[in-house]
Write a protein that binds this ligand. Structure first.
Ligand code: SAM
Length: 301
């Protein structure tokens, strides 16, 4: 099936006056070889419903449909882009559903309910890319409704997603990702591939959820990593003081040296810390003190 029998993307952009808005992170991809390469990174799409965030003028949308996705549910905030996608919708009857709205607010399970296998593919708007990823990785229940995430990020964010312990980029994002999924950088995309070009290099990241992450309360993991990386250069015996339990006991139960620093502790160590924290808080609650993991707020990055 060819994607060449649609109007060229530059024409679509001109016709619909799609001047790129910085406030919506609009950096469009017009090279259909590149959009096909991104879509292929997700694997076989034949039986799959693809959720695309921010279809824009539709370059990636065309590639996903041409590769045979059963259906694309495209969520777009910019009304001008929604109008510009009419030709693509007409070319692929019944296979493109355009949802006008904010991807941060979307009820994804409802959008793909009864649709069978699903994945997300997106050239993300960079201003909301990290909160979107954190939201997808925080899905409840787990395993999530999607089989994979194939996402374009700024290279620096991609490095934070896949970072290993002991490296500069290792932090809360790598821990959440590593706990719930396996992630790799598939390839880099130069700034010159986008219209208009962003200031930085970008990377496509492929993320596959782990069916059985190590048992752990998400909010507790968020809380301990927030404390640990709030003072990332300090020893844990210092940085974890804000957790409101005996830090020596906490580290002892988790099996972590008090002199260790956050950036060297692997995901398994943070899971052990989160579980130990929940257990110690429960213990102190039974002793008469209020509180438990329920009162922990979920951090968004
Ligand atoms: N997919 C297109 C492409 O590759 O050429 C456009 C990608 S552009 C980087 C990001 C797109 O996301 C824009 O079309 C923008 O309007 C849209 N967008 C920005 N914020 C959004 C949000 N919160 N929810 C849904 N779409 C959003």
């Amino acid at each position: 099936m060819s994607i060449d029998d649609l109007p060229p993307l530059r024409e679509v952009i001109r016709e619909h006056g799609l001047s790129a808005l910085k406030s919506l992170g609009q950096n469009f991809l017009l090279d259909l070889n590149l959009t096909s390469k991104i879509a292929r990174t997700a694997g076989r799409l034949e039986d799959v419903t693809v959720v695309e965030v921010g279809p824009g003028p539709g370059g990636l949308t065309r590639a996903i449909l041409a590769l045979g996705a059963r259906k694309v549910v495209a969520i777009e905030r910019d009304r001008r882009c929604v109008a510009a996608l009419a030709d693509v919708a007409a070319r692929y009857p019944d296979r493109l559903e355009i949802v006008e709205g904010d991807a941060l607010e979307a009820d994804y399970r409802a959008l793909v309910s009864a649709e069978g296998r699903a994945c997300i593919i997106a050239n993300l708007p960079y201003n909301v890319a990290t909160p979107l990823l954190v939201g997808w990785l925080s899905a409840d229940p787990w395993p999530p409704w999607y089989e994979s995430l194939t996402l374009m990020f700024q290279r620096e964010v991609a490095e934070r997603i896949v970072a290993a312990p002991g490296t500069n980029h290792y932090g809360r994002l790598a821990i959440l990702t590593g706990w719930r999924a396996q992630a790799r950088i598939a390839f880099d995309v130069p700034a010159s591939a986008f219209v208009p070009p962003p200031k930085v290099t970008s990377s496509v990241v492929h993320i596959v959820p782990r069916p059985h992450p190590l048992p752990c309360d998400l909010r507790a993991l968020e809380r301990v990593t927030e404390a640990a990386f709030g003072q990332r250069r300090k020893m844990l015996r210092q940085s974890l003081k804000s957790l409101g339990v005996d830090v020596g006991e906490l580290l002892g139960v988790a099996g972590i040296e008090p002199t260790e620093r956050a950036e060297r502790v692997p995901v398994e160590g943070f899971v052990a810390l989160a579980n130990a924290w929940v257990a110690l808080r429960k213990g102190s609650a039974t002793d008469g003190n209020a509180g438990g993991p329920q009162d922990v707020s979920v951090a968004s990055s």
